[in-house]
Design a protein around this ligand. Structure first.
Ligand code: ATP
Ligand code: MG
Length: 563
């Protein structure tokens, strides 16, 4: 018997519970309309992805709408470069805002009109104090504030000054417009917050039309209201801005969206603030916004993460009211689970050790069948060349293997994946005593990887044929920071002092099976036993570059246990 689930049963977190209660109560006529409101002053990061998934996902789930709105109130920090990248990254995550793309700057005229209304109602005034004096007057939450000497200007005087501010008669900083609320409120946001400041600056959309710009707090709530937003979802730090947003909306008597705050996403071993990310980029500490070590959407895209994995991750971590630090391993597990299903397997050797199969003819080579993806039969199989000289991983051979090492060593037999059993007969060294190659014999009876006599081997190694291999540079990534929480460093230290010097290791001279030359930029694949990789955009015809997206297992957790 199938039953349509009641709304109460479908909500998995408190934001959706609120929405379902509102719908049940007929609030906003049952409408759900959200928005994702980035400021175009940097590239989006994984934290934004959480907000995007929540806002767009909520609209999807409740058959509502979600707008993309650029909160572009700060001309000095903003740029079209960021607008373009934000659009592109939201689309990449798999969301669409149809024709509902808005800019807070489109509301500047309306906001200006409303500011005049507040002035006329005696609820806003022009303050000609310096910013320092304004700050000092607001004091601290536990101290009484000091009213500005300009607080009791008449509405007429305020209106005249405000119009002249707009007309460009004053220099930056000469006056500000403040809301007249309560200089003794325990909530600092209500101590006559600034609404407008003078900035003779060029705006990426309004050009030179304005020389006064609305403060974010005076813009955000009204923008939501103009758009008919029902649920204005934002991060916890805006909780004590809510009374201010409510105050503005009430004074103006306009549509009142409901603000709901949730905890922002923080991840271990990285930073998640645009300001800090910009500092890394500007300081040349990473190669750019799309450096694969960056927690930006650009970075993880280049690293090879998929939008599906990001969305699964956001679902998994859920939505709460408590700030916490999410283990990066949770994200990496989501990426692995996703790539495991979709990636074909290939063989690649990062640190090659030459193996000569002494009983294999010099002039011969043969093709062997290899399965493309054991998780997905429809991926089929491919042929890989085998010949007399091969490469295996240096790590897979030890001249004096300890007890627990089951891979290749003198006199030992192992399986080469999809090929034959080989046995190590001789170790060849140079004059310095370094191993240069090993000589093995193969058993032609074991073609395909099994012995007809039923004998077993303890290890299966990946390999490539030397004559057929393609060369590549492979970039291995580790945590960007050495410490779990670089947002919280000991006093006197700079967070940048904790960057991990080994976060990028470039392996040159890797040897790949021939088919790996055919992949296009961004295409993903599993290198057997080594992890998931994708072709980097730095790839040139003469220099193939692969990024390691993620290891096959959480090797970091293993390393931690050992310590
Ligand atoms: P940052 O702190 O990185 O500078 P921001 O909050 O200033 O970010 P905005 O462009 O204002 O960046 O963010 C757009 C939306 O994304 C906002 O609604 C914000 O609350 C949300 N957001 C930003 N960072 C996170 C995060 N780490 N987790 C969840 N949501 C976030
Ligand atoms: Mg912000």
């Amino acid at each position: 018997m199938s039953e349509t689930p009641t709304p109460e049963k479908t909500a998995t977190h408190f934001v959706h519970k609120i929405i379902e209660q509102d719908q049940a109560a007929g609030k906003h006529d049952g409408r759900v309309h959200t928005r994702f409101p980035p400021e175009p002053n940097g590239y989006l990061h994984i934290g934004h992805a959480k907000s995007i998934c929540l806002n767009f996902g909520t609209a999807e789930k409740y058959s509502g709408k979600c707008n993309l709105r650029f909160d572009d109130t700060n001309p000095e920090a903003e740029d079209v470069e960021y607008v373009d990248s934000i659009r592109d990254d939201v689309r990449w995550l798999g969301f669409d805002w149809d024709d509902r793309e808005f800019f807070a700057s489109d509301y500047f005229d309306q906001l200006y009109e409303w500011a005049e209304k507040l002035i006329q109602d005696g609820k806003a005034y022009v303050d000609s104090s310096s910013l320092e004096d304004i700050r000092a007057g607001r004091a601290g939450w536990d101290k009484a504030g000091q009213e500005s000497p300009y607080r009791n200007r008449t509405p007429e005087e305020n209106l005249d000054l405000f119009r002249r501010m707009k007309a460009g008669e004053f220099q930056d900083g000469e006056h500000v417009l403040r809301a007249k609320i309560d200089m003794n409120s325990p909530n600092m946001n209500l101590r006559d917050p600034i609404m407008y400041r003078i900035r003779h600056a060029h705006h990426h959309r309004t050009g030179d039309k304005w020389c006064i710009y609305p403060i974010y707090d005076w813009t955000h709530g009204q923008s939501d209201s103009i758009e008919g937003i029902t649920h204005s979802i934002c991060t916890l730090e805006f909780e004590n801005h809510r009374p201010l947003y409510d105050w503005y909306i009430e004074q103006l008597g306009i549509h009142h969206p409901q603000q709901i705050e949730f905890a922002r996403l923080n991840l271990t071993y990285t930073v998640m603030s645009k300001r800090k990310l910009l500092e890394l980029v500007k300081g040349g500490l990473v190669s750019g916004w799309d450096d694969p070590r960056m927690p930006t959407i650009r970075g993880i895209r280049r690293r090879g993460y998929t939008p599906e994995a990001m969305r699964a991750f956001c679902d998994e971590i859920g939505v709460t009211k408590y700030n916490s630090l999410t283990d990066l391993a949770v994200l990496e597990n989501a990426v692995r689970a996703d790539l495991n299903k979709r990636c074909e397997r290939r063989m690649a050797v990062l640190n090659p050790l030459k193996v000569v199969i002494t009983n294999y003819p010099d002039d011969k080579s043969e093709m062997l069948q290899a399965v493309n993806n054991p998780e997905d039969e429809s991926a089929g199989s491919r042929e890989i060349p085998f010949s007399r000289v091969l490469y295996i991983e240096q790590d897979d051979f030890m001249e004096n293997p300890p007890k627990k090492f089951f891979r290749l060593g003198p006199g030992r037999e192992v399986r080469l994946r999809y090929a034959f059993f080989i046995k190590c007969e001789e170790v060849i060294k140079n004059d310095d005593g370094e191993i240069t190659e090993i000589h093995c014999t193969y058993d032609p009876e074991t073609r395909g990887g099994n012995a007809p006599d039923g004998r077993k081997v303890k290890a299966t190694l990946h390999w490539v044929s030397a004559a057929h291999a393609v060369d590549a540079e492979v970039r291995l990534y580790d945590h960007l920071f050495e410490i779990e929480n670089p947002a919280d460093v000991p006093e006197g230290k700079d967070w940048k002092d904790f960057l991990n010097p080994n976060s990028l290791v470039k392996v040159t001279g890797a040897k790949l099976e021939p088919s790996l030359k055919e992949l296009g930029i961004g295409e993903r694949v599993q290198f057997e036993r080594l992890g998931y990789f994708c072709v980097d955009k730095d790839t040139k015809p003469e220099n193939l570059v692969y990024n390691r997206t993620v290891t096959l297992k959480d090797t970091w957790a293993k390393a931690k246990k050992k310590r």
